[in-house]
Design a protein around this ligand. Sequence first.
Ligand SMILES: [Zn+2]
Length: 381
Amino acid sequence: MKLPMTNPADLQENPRSFFCVSEDKFIKVFTTSGTTSAPKKAYLTRRDINTIINSSVTGMRLIYHINPHDIIRLTFEEGYGTEIWGNRYCYEHIFGKIGALTLVTGRLKIEDELKILLEYKPTVFMDVSSRINYLTSELKKLHDLDTLGITRILLGAEPTPNSMRKKIEQAWNTDVFMGYGTTEIGMNMAAECEEKHGMHLTETNFLTEVIDPSTGEHLEDGEIGELVFTTLNREGMPLIRYQSRDLGRIIPDRCPCGLPLKKIEIKGRTDDMLPIGAGDNLFTRMFDDILFGRPEVIEYQAIFERKEGKDHITIIAETSSITDALRDKIFTGLMELPEINNGVHISHTVAPPRVELVKPNTLDRKSIKAKRLLDKRNLYD
Ligand SMILES: [Zn+2]
């Protein structure tokens, strides 16, 4: 039997066509980030929310030994603009159910963050890796992080290079564990154990397949392809063979930690999405709109690098009219993207973009044909 796949675009265009219960049964809707790229929406019933919370409570207790004595520092935003993110809501309920004191705010200034750490002495810190990485580099200028008493740092769904993990672990003298989840399928879909080699899947909630993204053929465990998920117990909006656009593999061997759950590794994306800042996503078409929206621009390339805990974007644009006015207009266009603006002004994980204007035919056309957004950050090492 061959069931067709569910394409993410279907969720953007018509989420209601996935409803399997009457609309009044839904109590939450969560959306993916991406205000200019039609966010995908997940509607959840009370039972769906309880399933996410209960399975995450089990995982948090079992893998990270979170208990009522823990104090959790949680700094997820609730969303920007019209986005509605689910992480903060779910984790507040997860830790609340465990009975741990949870300290929740959005992203604070460094001095205010330090005040919270010193006054309440949290034992667990949770956010996305780029924000923790930024906090680490700034906080350690003000205080010895090793003395603050954080015993576990849990990183949300965002690729985290191992080099970044080691830097954070050394600064806080603690363990950093990574998790994986998507708004559409469920928060907390997979989490690392103490082995820190791949993330154990919550196999009771969904079925995981790996396919060849070009042919759709099923791949064996160990082979890298697109991760495809089928929800097993979603009540309101079940998804069948949903293409996550994440590239990864199922690790074939049993984990030495003893947990009988399969593990996955994330290796990249099948589309042109680039994660930026603290949990936002950029797509080539956003840059196309800004750059090619200016008739003077002939060609461009956007280069992404990571320096001192921040994402740096350099736009190199070819034009015959190299003027400050054009440079300013492009810069303003970029800063109007909420994904960049929030990163620069709220989470402080993105540096203001740099715009460089060059003469026509300066850029390497082969490199542009491969990718207009060139990511040099090595996110999936
Ligand atoms: Zn394990």
